[in-house]
Write a new protein. Sequence first.
Length: 232
Amino acid sequence: MLGIIGAMEEEVSALKEKMQIETTMKCASMEFCQGTLEGKKVVVVRSGIGKVNAAICAQILVDRFQVDAIINTGIAGSLRAEINIGDIVLSSDTMQHDMDATGFGYRFGEIPRMETSEFEADTKLIQLAEECCKRVNPEIEVHIGRVVSGDQFISNRHDKEWIIKYFGGYCTEMEGAAIAQVGYLNQVPFLIVRAISDKADNSAKMDYAEFEKQAIIHSVNLIVEMVKNLAS
């Protein structure tokens, strides 16, 4: 069974419309919709915004639904000039830009007493997503690189440049690295999929509302095509 997480209702409502919902369950104030999409067993859920909500949601998918893999779909701000609004970023790995234990000698983003802080996505899911995106969203570019997460909406150039300096990410958002950490700790394959809705700079507040809808369409197209082509 595949778990699909979106942070906002707008991100998952289109997926729920396309699936055959068999059961719904509420847990931790989240509604988990279980059923089939393109003939495959899935659970679709809105986690809410932020790393804590995302981590709780992912762990419930592991514990209650025993999912075989997790895909997190959503939107993000670009950290690279060549990644344009509307493009898709697939996570090669993730890090948390607001994890700061530098006072104990760690680097920015390092999680104390963990063997890694760079959580790598499943290579088969990356390959499948790249192929599917090119097929269903030919008008945009698909990029594979680091997704950087934190409990901040990055909307000024200073914060953006700081994240680029220390993390070298492709995009920044608020949930992916938390879901990735849950996947890593539970040995559940995962992939973070982000459609670019803004440039994560001083124009972000202006761009966000305008481009959010198109970004979500690209994400939904991709997720449906991925599910269609997943092995049963």
